[in-house]
Design a binder for this molecule. Structure first.
Ligand SMILES: [Zn+2]
Length: 64
């Protein structure tokens, strides 16, 4: 297993579900039955708390 690959994720196994979350703030990226699936899903996402988007502004439900 490559430690670098998962350094951006904190993986937790909770009640049979793998949860990929931000290692810094705990923001939950993904929740999957399969560890690899959770990893992949988590790696595709960016923490909106630690790394807020600057150029692209995806639609959010934030109420400014
Ligand atoms: Zn974060």
């Amino acid at each position: 297993m490559d430690p670098d690959r998962t350094s951006r994720l904190a993986m937790h196994l909770l009640h049979g579900w793998w949860i990929a979350s931000c290692p810094d703030c705990g923001y939950e990226f993904a929740c999957r039955r399969d560890q690899e699936a959770a990893e992949r899903a988590g790696l595709r996402r960016r923490c909106p708390v630690c790394q807020p988007a600057t150029e692209e502004t995806p639609p959010t439900e934030d109420v400014a």
